[in-house]
Design a protein around this ligand. Structure first.
Ligand code: SMG
Ligand code: MG
Length: 368
């Protein structure tokens, strides 16, 4: 396959409401849509790097720079044999996994369209609907949290993840747990604690949580392993797992008992599948994380989460959880059993709504 042209589209989409994590509050989400043309077909990919380097060091601007100046030139007008071939070329660019993952996704979409296969078929998924949960941001106070969770349960979500930060942790979860003794519940700190301050989270062990996600810094596997030894609740790593090697080392060290897999964080869907395979071989539960994707990344995550080792509900909510309007014609809806159906059309199985795309586009660039 020879990519003839690539367009980058910088998008800024309004959220239906504010989303607050330990690193800040956001009302809009930026991303880059990558459009790659080859033999009369176009493939799309989503780069999930956000406007600010809060979740990770990459930003929309750094990803734009790395795509335009380094990654796109590696693929334009070169004969590409496969996604692995792309990854081998992209290895000359150190880091920048979200930029790589966005371009890789466009290749998967193109290959699927050229062969008539959906990503679900390319990945050999094992189920056509995947269990999902909702991620709830930090609210005004614990009572507002209970009200927010009540609304999501009313919409049909059966698993709830709550964002926590120092000062808004044990008490919030105590109140929520009292209101909902049986709801599958997990928390996510987005790296807001140190080994010392995380000792204050010990009471969480009595709330029967599915997991505690990323309590400590992203580059700190070692202290996570010390913390996991002190906690009964499984620790799940998100930000810390940036490669297959990190996943293996985290498991060897006992730094976590569950892994959150996000294609953007690990450099692409192919890497995400490799981490899934590693964890499945060791009997380690994994689930698909979310980055407030548009319909493009959401479709990819659904295909990924259809693999058999994804045995915990993903952070893949319905489109309307974040967006009143999306750039895809497809809107993803929650089924009655708290699942979302995996798209079945060729490639990602989505169609771009060009009018909607233009409404949310900040800038665009044609390469070649
Ligand atoms: O897509 O529903 C989603 C977002 C889920 O909480 C979510 N993602 O650390 O897991 C995480 C966060 C990262 C994004 S925070 C802006
Ligand atoms: Mg997380």
């Amino acid at each position: 396959m020879k990519i003839e042209r690539i367009w980058l589209h910088h998008l800024r989409m309004k959220l239906v409401g504010p989303f607050e994590t330990s690193f800040g509050r956001t009302l809009e989400r930026d991303c880059i849509l990558i459009e790659a043309a080859c033999d009369g077909l176009v493939g799309f990919g989503e780069c999930v790097a956000d406007r600010k380097p809060g979740y990770a060091y990459e930003t929309t601007e750094t990803a734009w720079h790395v795509l335009r100046d380094f990654l796109v030139p590696l693929v334009l007008d070169h004969e590409l044999e496969s996604v692995d071939d792309f990854q081998r070329r992209a290895a000359v660019v150190r880091g920048h996994p979200m930029a790589k993952a966005g371009l890789e996704m466009a290749l998967w979409d193109l290959i699927g369209k050229a062969t008539g296969q959906s990503l679900f078929e390319q990945f050999q998924g094992s189920r056509d609907r995947v269990e999902v949960g909702v991620s709830v941001g930090i609210q005004e106070d614990p009572h507002a949290l209970v009200a927010a969770v009540a609304a999501y349960l009313g919409e049909g979500y059966r698993r709830v993840k709550v964002k926590i930060k120092p000062g808004r942790d044990v008490e919030d979860i105590r109140v929520l747990r009292a209101a909902y003794p049986d709801v599958p519940l997990q928390v996510d700190a987005n790296a807001a604690y140190t080994f010392e301050t995380a000792q204050g989270l010990k009471p969480l062990d009595s709330f029967d949580l599915l997991l505690i996600e990323q309590p400590l810094a992203e580059d700190d596997l070692w202290d996570h392993s010390r913390l996991q030894r002190a906690f009964q609740t499984p620790i799940c790593l998100d930000e810390s797992i940036v490669s297959v090697r990190h996943a293996r080392q985290a498991l060897e060290m006992g730094a976590c008992r569950v892994v959150n897999i996000k294609p953007g964080r690990v450099g692409g869907l192919s890497r995400a599948i490799a981490i899934h395979d590693l964890c499945a071989a060791q009997g380690i539960p994994v689930w698909c994380g979310g980055m407030l994707e548009t319909g493009v990344g959401r479709a990819a995550n659904l295909a990924l989460a259809s693999l058999p080792g994804f045995n915990l509900p993903g952070d893949i909510s319905a489109t309307r959880r974040y967006y009143a309007e999306d750039i895809t014609r497809q809107r993803f809806v929650l089924n009655a059993d708290s699942t979302i159906s995996v798209p079945k059309g060729p490639g990602l199985g989505i169609e771009i709504d060009n009018q909607a795309l233009k409404r949310v586009r900040v800038k665009h660039l044609r390469l070649a």
